[in-house]
Unconditional design. Structure first.
Length: 287
């Protein structure tokens, strides 16, 4: 596995790139100037393979990597929006993660969730010798879009929180990229949807207040809720993405992920992709 890091304030984006054979499995075709982004979330990888459920969740990630590698045109990049680990960020979970995603051909970016542990992630995924509990957030620009990855984890809590330094950083970062349409990825949901609403982003009002000054933020995408739902609020989409391990309610036995398709004119299309099934275009509801 090849790790390429680039420092950005308190965080370092990670690329995990390797070669693998591919064939086309994604039905829709798009123009060459368009591009696709994949969001995986809530992998809940175990620290070992002691039972059938553990095997299933690892196999789900392997299947997703295989599907992503086979997409044509190729996926531009992949974001994992938290909860890589199942039990408090144990080392074994991140080692399993590394062993699977090393086969992914697209660049990979990671956000952390409430089941993750910053120091373990930094030690075993980022390969930092002096791993710390510092929040892990960063940004990058690609294909004429800006992408922000936030750290909403609050150690000891299932809910999320963005502290003042991170919100200040976000405001400064967005100010520097007002001319670019923007994705924001984080783990916790900032708009209540009726699922996992006891454990949302606890200071969502402060977060949304920051966003109000930046109409170029087109998408705020999260995991955490293990449910697929898109809300359109004004000109912004709040995107909740299904877990790759298991879902809630009607989604319980249908693990999957999200595909974003960005057209040359900036139009966004959203696909709910369940493992081993064709992607289904998903349309936003009004928030």
């Amino acid at each position: 596995m090849r790790l390429i890091s680039r420092a950005f304030l308190a965080a370092v984006p990670v690329f995990l790139i390797a070669a693998a054979a591919a064939c086309c499995i994604f039905p829709p075709t798009i123009e060459p100037s368009s591009f696709r982004v994949v969001q995986l979330s809530d992998l809940h990888l175990p620290s070992d393979l002691k039972d059938s459920q553990s095997h299933t969740w690892v196999c789900n990630l392997k299947a997703a990597v295989s599907e992503i590698n086979a997409m044509q045109p190729p996926v531009q990049f992949v974001v994992v929006s938290g909860d890589i680990a199942e039990h408090n960020g144990e080392a074994g979970s991140y080692k399993l993660f590394n062993s699977v995603v090393r086969e992914l051909k697209a660049p990979l970016y990671v956000a952390l969730g409430n089941h993750d542990r910053r120091s373990a992630f930094r030690r075993y995924v980022l390969q930092e010798e002096a791993a710390s509990e510092a929040p892990y957030y960063y940004s990058f620009s690609q294909n004429g879009w800006h992408v922000v990855v936030l750290d909403s984890t609050q150690p000891g809590s299932a809910g999320g929180f963005l502290d003042a330094p991170q919100l200040d950083w976000l405001r400064r970062d967005l100010s520097k990229h007002r001319d670019l349409p923007t994705f924001i990825f984080l783990h916790h949901h900032s708009v209540l949807i009726g699922v996992a609403d006891d454990f949302p982003l606890r200071n969502a009002a402060e977060f949304v207040e920051v966003l109000e000054g930046f109409p170029n933020v087109r998408v705020v995408a999260n995991g955490h809720v293990h449910h697929s739902l898109i809300l359109e609020v004004g000109d912004r989409y709040f995107v909740n993405t299904m877990s790759l391990a298991y879902g809630h309610g009607d989604d319980a036995s249908l693990p999957g992920y999200r595909i974003f398709e960005v057209e040359p004119n900036g139009k966004l299309r959203f696909y709910d992709k369940r493992l081993h099934q064709d992607p289904v275009e998903e349309f936003p509801s009004n928030g």
